[in-house]
Design a protein around this ligand. Structure first.
Ligand SMILES: Cc1ncc(COP(=O)(O)O)c(C=O)c1O
Length: 464
């Protein structure tokens, strides 16, 4: 393949960023292919007539943005767009105004919480309790944080006693601590057939065995769960009953009750991930309300208030709380009192719930926009969901669809990413509607996707 030299004609701004922008565009257009080897930075500098410092800086920035990867002793290579690396390292989550249109990240729309957090930070700065917030604490030390967690949980439909609440650094941390507390190496963890990928990665790291519970068009099939309980004796079942990632399904109250009854009967701990729950106003009660002695309920402020706060709460049977608190100790010593203080104030003055509503309304608006663009496209979605699950026509394979989207500057996630390696993956892709801040870019991305969906795999699509 020809050696890649960026075309910097007509570009403005710092030279190193010009190189990175040219690279991002060429990757998005397919001109620069995944795994292509780049010239060493000194040679590139020579070719461009600039200093080696500038090309080093460009390569470093491109690596930070997950456009490149370096291999010791072998050189620098182009990374597959949107790839999560084998070692778990992720590409940049920063929202870009240029480059590929990113529909692969399931993040809430930013910006709503900023003025409220600024206001609260000023109040905390003037608060006489600040030194306490800067000191070591345990969950039990600051009763007003516990009380705010109780209010948040009550808004999720959970009536929690203080000794059933554990503070975490977000939902992901809650999941990690739950898995650490309930399962030992060699134990069996069940997940939904399509699931939130990091849980599978943690399970693998902990030496857990995993198996999947089949789903139909309404979500988890309780009979499939029962069959596994009888045959394989699982210790825990990780599930996302509301706005499921990636299928967007919300499990009915009936199925929730059936799963809860089975968990009790077969003594399985349900790890109920409800981080999307606050976005769906009319959801059935959490599974935890039907099986409180067998469920760890995981919630966080990430999807409705601000992911950067890193605040979440667990509601668990009292018998599991000491192990969960120990897992908090081992992983982060304590959940930061400073961020808990911010969370407490947004919850106590009602802002958190207003922000959740704003996020729901924004999601609803974007879902309407997407429905208008994706006419005759086969998908499932929820009016308040941040994502959509797009099923592909028979002649498309999800990997080539994803690659074609990337070639036309649009990043999506293929169904394989959510399936266990040993299972067949559906020919489908997940798209997320709120990582892109600009509605114009979102619309363009959706138009490319719709255009590809309507064509045979080999035909070209509209330019964006
Ligand atoms: C299904 C699911 N669970 C948990 C998380 C992690 O949430 P948090 O940001 O609160 O750690 C995410 C984040 O995207 C998610 O999609």
């Amino acid at each position: 393949m020809a050696i890649w030299i960026p075309d910097l004609k007509g570009r403005r701004g710092p030279k190193y960023l010009q190189i990175v922008d040219a690279m991002a565009e060429d990757i998005a257009s397919g001109h620069l292919l995944p795994n292509a080897k780049l010239l060493p930075h000194r040679e590139m500098a020579y070719q461009l007539g600039i200093s080696a410092n500038t090309t080093s800086r460009a390569y470093a920035e491109a690596t930070r943005r997950a456009l490149l990867r370096g291999e010791v002793g072998r050189g620098t290579f182009v990374r597959a767009p949107g790839a999560i690396l084998e070692n778990g390292e992720q590409g940049s989550l920063l929202r870009q105004e240029n480059g590929p249109i990113d529909l692969s990240r399931n993040l809430p729309l930013p910006g709503f919480s900023e003025p409220h957090i600024r206001r609260i930070l000023k109040k905390i700065a003037a608060d006489a309790r600040l030194p306490t917030l800067l000191d070591y604490q345990t969950d039990n030390d600051l009763a007003h944080h516990n009380e705010a967690a109780r209010i948040w949980l009550s808004n999720c439909g959970i009536d929690a006693a203080t000794d059933q609440i554990v503070m975490t650094m977000g939902g992901q941390h809650g999941l990690l601590c739950s898995l650490m507390s309930v399962l030992n190496a060699g134990d069996l963890l069940l997940t939904e057939a399509l699931t939130y990928t990091p849980v599978r990665a943690i399970a693998e790291r902990q030496g857990l065995n995993t198996a999947v519970v089949e789903m139909d068009e309404c979500g988890i099939i309780p009979e499939a769960f029962e069959e596994l309980c009888k045959r394989a004796k699982p210790k825990a079942f990780y599930l996302t009953p509301t706005l499921q990632a990636p299928t967007t399904l919300t499990l009915s109250a009936q199925r929730r009750m059936a799963l809860a009854a089975l968990a009790q009967q077969y003594n399985v701990v349900l790890i109920e991930d409800d981080v999307f729950g606050p976005l769906k106003i009319d959801r059935p009660p959490p599974v935890a309300t039907f099986a409180p002695d067998h469920t760890i309920y995981v919630t966080s402020l990430s999807k409705s208030v601000a992911p950067g706060l890193r605040v979440g709460f667990l509601y668990a049977p009292s018998r599991l709380v000491p192990a969960l608190r120990h897992a908090i100790n081992l992983s982060v010593w304590m959940t930061p009192p400073m961020t808990l203080e911010i969370a407490t104030r947004v919850i106590n003055d009602g802002t958190a719930f207003k922000l959740a509503k704003q996020q729901r309304d924004a999601a609803a608006h974007r879902q309407t926009l997407a429905r208008t663009v994706l006419k005759n496209v086969d998908y499932t979605s929820d009016p308040n969901g941040l994502h959509m699950w797009i099923r592909l026509p028979a002649d498309w394979r999800a990997d080539s669809f994803r690659a074609q989207c990337a070639k036309h500057g649009v990043l999506v996630t293929e169904g394989r990413s959510f399936a266990a390696p040993s299972e067949t993956a559906p020919e489908a892709v997940r798209i997320c509607l709120s990582h892109e801040v600009s509605e114009l870019r979102l619309t363009k991305g959706l138009q490319v996707l719709a255009s590809l969906h309507h064509q045979a795999p080999s035909t070209s699509v509209m330019e964006i």
